[in-house]
Write a protein of this length. Structure first.
Length: 744
């Protein structure tokens, strides 16, 4: 973008030479410094201000030529001098105040146009009058060129909007299922989805005999009634599945925290320590290994906090195991551990809650809820409690300000605080809520770049490795480097009194993109040092996903404002990159079945690809190029089919009960295919909805067959705070950014 012209707020009174040398000018004509240095003393007059000139009276003279409106020119005639009377005050005109030749030429550089302009000041009116005919002709020619260049510059430099383009600019607050809309919800209000919303509404009303909108034909009406009936059946089946969850039953508070076999536990613990612990530094590995060994040496004598910590690690690690190789009841058992940990944290505060162990359990619980889909879309509430607890025990203050403690304990505190910041920012992005923290509210330094086995309780001196050296902390520190930029994104998107201009959005986008490139470069440099493909994908996902909501308010307006086409490109590129990670079975499994931040990343991808797929097809249909420009559209269709498969796997393996995402994507593909064939498409859309709902109903039946009601001795934890009857905390996620008023 071209830089705008800078305007001075007050005129400079010193001569040009004194200003250049940054010395005080006595404002004489010529000034003392220029006289002593034998330099030409020049004054610049701004506008019509007489203060830039000495106040001595001057005799009136007749104007030789009319001054130009502006001395800023973009012209091929830059070698031709511009002539103005010496007594005339024009903007940015050099006045030569020393006696000299009749014409003095001074070449000056224009900042705004980056071209040279010649300013000639007339010191002898008689000589100027003699040259008037030629000069007048030259002035008219230059004036015409200047007018043309001004119009061209105005057209080539359109003003970017200063305020955020989005539905919240009119200060509306929209609640869906008692919650404030997220950014992917706003994308659903784009006009491209109007037809789908109309079809969906007609199906629901047709099944309830409430439809007043005539269908094109009897076959379409019959198909719509079947689709509406299937949708209602899926909803009833989903409710029955959710009614069996531990938090939906009340009674005994007894909890059976039985661990799996040692062999299974060892595998899951290794999965966790080798994957998530590299980016979320919650545990000190040698300390945890010793605690884990004590657990198996004397399971009955282990305290509750240690038991919960170990079980949560096992539960998180199980997410990376092939679901077909896990025992059928293991997933339900892992869910019980998470509910138990949440209930333990929600109980009356005791010393074991308000300490490092309690904060570690809190971090693990939040991470487990993200990954195992236990209220993962509402962890922002829990991160607020976690943040307050951490500040209560002083984690927001650097250990150097606290009473003397071991190097190990000080470094653990820094690591946990840095991890809490990451959890807070990620959950804030997903919930579209304020982060509740700023860099002015803590002074805890980033953790040192050091391996876990180099930290010991008796250690008194901390020797951090250079950042170029790969350690157990390297990946987390790479994540920490972009923390400030991502925090600014969250603050500008979710703050009530913040306004996001497009200039700022582009600036933050550049910073985040640079962070992604830096992370990729770092990972490639240390592939032989222990960085796995899983680490690379996870690190890139946690940073890159901020680009999508950052550009979402602008990308949704790109069809009506071409200035925002770049935002469309950024969101689509980020989406495709997230959906196409470096091949890795563990990360692919995690992205396809995990909840929380991973599910929200999937929502963003679905909204972005669906919107662009419809927008491109409709634009090409209007332009008459639908049958010619098919490469990009075919690529988007292929991506849509992959998203449809992911939606099915989330129901089959991830415990998802909301099937509208699968249905809507099938309807979108049918809509575009009908457009390509040149047919109305109402029947094809209804058929695709019916086929999708039949398939998803079969998946829900399979899910229901593997679920049995929890007994009160296993997991009757009472009201643990993990679910809410109105919104469905956990599995009944509102996967309907297409549906502003939907409740299923």
């Amino acid at each position: 973008m071209e830089r705008q012209t800078r305007r001075r707020r007050r005129p400079a009174l010193s001569c040009l030479e004194c200003r250049r040398r940054k010395i005080k000018c006595d404002r004489d004509e010529p000034c003392g410094h220029c006289t002593a240095s034998k330099l030409r003393c020049n004054y610049r007059v701004f506008g019509s201000e007489p203060a830039a000139r000495p106040p001595a009276p001057r005799p009136p003279v007749q104007q030789a030529v009319q001054p130009m409106q502006s001395t800023h020119m973009i012209s091929p005639l830059s070698q031709a001098p511009t002539i103005v009377p010496a007594h005339e005050s024009t903007s940015d005109v050099n006045v030569i105040s020393e006696p000299g030749p009749a014409y003095s030429i001074r070449r000056e550089h224009s900042v705004s146009d980056d071209v040279s302009e010649d300013v000639v000041v007339l010191g002898n009116v008689a000589q100027a009058s003699a040259a008037e005919p030629a000069l007048q002709d030259l002035l008219h020619r230059v004036q015409r060129l200047e007018d043309v260049s001004t119009d061209t510059a105005r057209r080539s430099r359109p003003e970017l909007p200063q305020k955020m383009m989005g539905k919240d600019t009119d200060s509306r607050v929209v609640l869906k299922k008692s919650r404030v809309w997220r950014w992917s919800d706003w994308m659903g209000e784009a006009s491209e989805f109007d037809r789908l919303l109309g079809c969906y509404t007609s199906y629901v009303k047709a099944a309830a005999n409430e439809s007043h909108t005539p269908f094109p034909d009897a076959e379409t009406e019959a198909m719509a009634i079947e689709a509406g009936t299937l949708l209602r059946n899926c909803k009833d089946l989903a409710r029955s599945i959710k009614s069996w969850r531990p938090s939906r039953s009340f009674g005994n508070t007894g909890v059976n925290l039985a661990a799996p076999s040692r062999e299974v536990a060892d595998t899951m613990v290794d999965h966790y320590l080798d994957s998530f612990e590299s980016t979320y530094r919650i545990l000190h590995k040698p300390t945890f290994r010793a605690e884990y060994q004590r657990f198996w040496d004397d399971p009955a004598g282990v305290k509750n906090d240690s038991r919960l910590k170990i079980l949560l690690v096992i539960a998180i690690g199980s997410s990376l195991h092939d679901p077909q190789e896990v025992e059928p009841g293991f997933k339900r058992l892992a869910h019980q551990w998470i509910y138990a940990a949440q209930a333990w944290l929600s109980g009356p505060l005791e010393k074991d809650r308000l300490g490092i162990n309690g904060v570690q359990i809190h971090c693990l619980t939040i991470l487990a809820r993200h990954i195992l889909s236990i209220g993962g879309d509402l962890v922002w509430i829990s991160t607020g409690t976690l943040l307050h607890t951490a500040m209560q025990i002083g984690l927001h203050r650097d250990p150097s300000h606290l009473s003397s403690m071991s190097t190990l304990q000080a470094e653990i505190r820094r690591r946990i605080w840095s991890t809490i910041l990451e959890l807070v920012i990620q959950s804030s992005l997903d919930a579209a809520m304020p982060s509740r923290i700023s860099f002015e509210e803590f002074d805890t330094q980033p953790p040192a770049n050091i391996n876990d086995d180099e930290l010991e309780e008796s250690q008194t001196e901390l020797r951090s490795h250079p950042r170029s050296t790969y350690t157990d902390m390297s990946l987390h520190l790479q994540l920490r480097d972009s923390l400030l930029s991502r925090l600014r994104v969250v603050q500008l998107l979710n703050g009530i009194h913040h306004e996001l201009s497009y200039h700022v959005a582009l600036e933050l986008s550049s910073e985040i993109t640079h962070a992604c490139r830096t992370n990729i470069h770092f990972v490639r440099q240390h592939e032989r040092s222990g960085v796995s493909v899983f680490h690379q994908n996870l690190l890139d996902f946690l940073v890159r996903r901020f680009l999508i909501p950052l550009h979402c308010p602008f990308a949704s307006q790109a069809q009506t404002n071409p200035l925002f086409q770049y935002s469309t490109k950024v969101t689509l590129d980020a989406t495709i990159t997230i959906l196409s990670p470096v091949p890795d079975d563990k990360f692919s499994r995690l992205f396809r079945i995990a909840g929380g931040m991973f599910r929200e990343g999937y929502r963003y991808a679905l909204a972005t690809v669906s919107h662009e797929y419809i927008a491109q097809a409709e634009t090409q249909h209007r332009d008459g190029t639908l049958q010619r420009n098919i490469q990009q559209r075919e690529f988007l269709k292929k991506t849509m089919l992959e998203l449809i498969e992911i939606a099915a796997e989330r129901v089959r393996y991830g415990g998802e009960t909301n099937i509208k995402g699968h249905m809507f994507m099938k309807m979108i593909v049918a809509q575009i295919e009908a457009m390509e064939m040149g047919i109305p498409g109402d029947l094809e859309i209804a058929k695709s909805a019916k086929e999708s709902l039949e398939y998803c109903h079969t998946l829900l039946e399979g899910q229901a067959s593997t679920v049995t009601p929890c007994s009160t001795t296993e997991a009757d934890f009472g009201s643990s705070g993990l679910e809410h009857e109105q919104g469905g905390f956990g599995f009944d996620w509102d996967f309907d950014f297409f549906l502003p008023e939907g409740d299923f």
